[in-house]
Design a protein around this ligand. Sequence first.
Ligand SMILES: [Zn+2]
Length: 426
Amino acid sequence: MAYIRRPKIESMFANYRFTAAERFMRYVKIDTQSDPRSNTHPTSEKQKDLSRLLSEELKQLGLADAHMDEWGYVYATIPSTSDKKTPVICFCAHVDTAPDCSGTNVKPILHNNYQGQAIVLPDDTSQVLRLSEQPYLRTQIGNDIITASGLTLLGADDKAGVAEIMDFANYLVQHPEIKHGEIKILFTPDEEVGKGTAKVDLKKLGADFGYTLDGGEKGSLEDETFSADGVVVTIHGVIAHPGYAKGKMINAMKIAGEILAALPKDRLSPESTEGKRGFIHPVRVEGIAEKCTIEFIIRDFNTEGLSKKEDYLRTQIEERMRTYPKASFEFHVNEQYRNMKEVLDMHPQVVEFAREGILRAGLELKMESIRGGTDGSRLSFMGLPCPNLFAGEQAIHSKLEYVSVQDMNKAVETMVHIAMVCEEKN
Ligand SMILES: [Zn+2]
């Protein structure tokens, strides 16, 4: 039997007063929107307002080494309570909110005992949460739901994860009898603008593997992301005075138009694919008659699938270019990130502990793949295998964003169980 000290689940949290929701309501009021146009770290200084508060609160919990560094990352350690040599686990969440929607003056509203009614957000009554449009709400009848007020996003992505990790730390500090190894806490800035790992110091962190708390439905565990490349195609035309260009000019922009028109419409595009299928997606065109560049993003769950798509794209371009022997093109591929599964498959216990933790929390396990990347995909390839756990966040990056108190508490329970499973198994 693999798990000897299976705890009595009911008793473990029966007398615990969860603090995740209370913390969450405070954290979302702090504006931490990241800025995609900025080249500083963090991309917006205001993210540090929350990071500073978190490191203070961690210190107050008794985590002596808690601190925020100059880049706005928060690091802290929960010391081991076990005599065994146990791997060091990290729990990680991001403090910033998405630039898609305002994060200024967020007014969180707690709707107790939700009964399936439409929730009209008071500051903009055209913003209505409806069961018919948010099927996950069906699982929340009787629960307590937190929304914003209609003018901003809520920031459950990822302050739900932040608040849950804080409450998890609080729980472990109050329950020294729970056996677990050393645990690291990491809060990062700039996840939403793709720079969440830019200044992370994994050596200082010193964890063997980790979990980001940045997912949706309770019980979900994401161990797969896209693999991603960027492709920049530069087309060199032939320039001439337009009054005397007959038989000479080759307009690079027109070639670009032909290339775009030749892309398949019923497959290989974001608008025609779902599930495990990848795509070739033009994201930007820029140019003049002489020279034009097209930027593509290429996505696939298999890294070999990426190069197949790149070969296909190159062939398409070569075919178009055949009509214009005097024009030429360059084709540059940049690696963006890789499917974390490539790393996680080499460390199967990381996903296994999370599965067991979710089941012990009394939840149904939902294994999912992300049609995108997470900080976890980058961290995994930087040496910290890191799948993504649910945090309860829903309708993210929008004014209808919400999270339930009960889902948040389940995420806290899940982390406690993961910490215990990891200690038991070693
Ligand atoms: Zn997120």
